[in-house]
Design a protein around this ligand. Structure first.
Ligand code: NAP
Length: 252
């Protein structure tokens, strides 16, 4: 029998980190060795607890430092914190290769959200118009969500020769009601208490629409994707950019 994978969390008191910590404690095959918060001594923690993976849900300004420290200690970084630059991710990948440890940086660990984007990309060449409606909790700082913007860009990239048509209202009696636009894709943001992170991609053709929707009801939505990533990056020293790559939905 293989021994349980020792896992630690940076940001274990945060909104996502606390949900992951609770899930890890009851997950077979996972040995949750503890977490660190802001101001804790990460180097000592890593030395004492010897995790094989460090899951990071902190802040963009902190997560690179945490992830590089993890790699230096021989632990695979599983980074969910959003906002890392491409240069940061390149640097982390190089560090992982040098230490022969696996790793992943994924801006979205919800398996359904990753599939929603993938399925929408499949539909994009066949429909001439599409709009995205994303719905998040009222405290979200940015709009639109990173997932909505990234979806719009990926859909537009599938239509290079025939851009999507985005119909403008001839007369807008309330400013902003047609939402934003990215690459011909209409984008609308709803902010209300009660939502976690939902998104609908609505395609249109004469006589029909196709809606691909992903709904989250709690931050437990991130648990299965993070567990999958932990198991994969501790089993072999490969580095993944995004959960879609780890799921085999992208081959680069
Ligand atoms: P949050 O509730 O603010 O949690 C962040 C936690 O990290 C806080 O407890 C914070 O402590 C702690 N922290 C700050 N600096 C730290 C450091 N140097 N070392 C260890 N812990 C530190 O935020 P959240 O909603 O959980 O989100 C965290 C990150 O994950 C954000 O970047 C968010 O965009 C991203 N996110 C990603 C996904 C995904 O699927 N990839 C899903 C949801 C969220 P203090 O409160 O004391 O500062």
């Amino acid at each position: 029998m293989t021994s349980p994978v020792r896992v630690a969390i940076a940001g274990y008191k945060g909104k996502v980190g606390s949900v992951l910590a609770a899930a890890f404690q009851i997950e077979p095959g996972i040995d949750y060795v503890g977490g660190i918060g802001r101001g804790d001594d990460l180097a000592t923690f890593l030395h004492e607890k010897r995790p094989r993976a460090l899951v990071d849900f902190t802040r963009p300004t902190e997560s690179m430092h945490n992830a590089l420290a993890a790699v230096a200690a021989g632990a695979a970084p599983v980074v969910g914190t959003t906002g890392l630059s491409t240069a940061d991710i390149d640097k982390l990948e190089t560090a992982c290769h040098a230490k022969h440890v696996g790793g992943i940086v994924a801006p979205n660990f919800a398996i359904g959200a990753v599939l929603m984007m993938h399925l929408a990309e499949t539909a994009a060449p066949l429909f001439d118009a599409v709009e995205i409606i994303e719905m998040h909790h009222a405290a979200k700082l940015d709009a639109p969500s990173g997932t909505a913007l990234s979806t719009a860009r990926r859909l537009a990239a599938r239509r290079k020769d025939r851009p999507f048509t985005h119909s403008k209202a001839e007369k807008e009696t309330l400013a902003g009601t047609r939402g934003g636009e990215e690459g011909g894709v209409g984008v609308h943001s709803v902010r209300l208490p009660g939502f976690v992170a939902d998104q609908e991609v609505i395609f249109g053709l004469p006589g029909q629409t196709l809606t691909i929707a992903h709904r989250t009801t709690s931050r437990e939505a991130y648990v299965p994707g993070v567990l999958l990533a932990i198991r994969r990056v501790t089993a072999e020293p490969r580095f993944y950019r995004g959960l879609d790559q780890l799921l085999g939905l992208r081959n680069d």
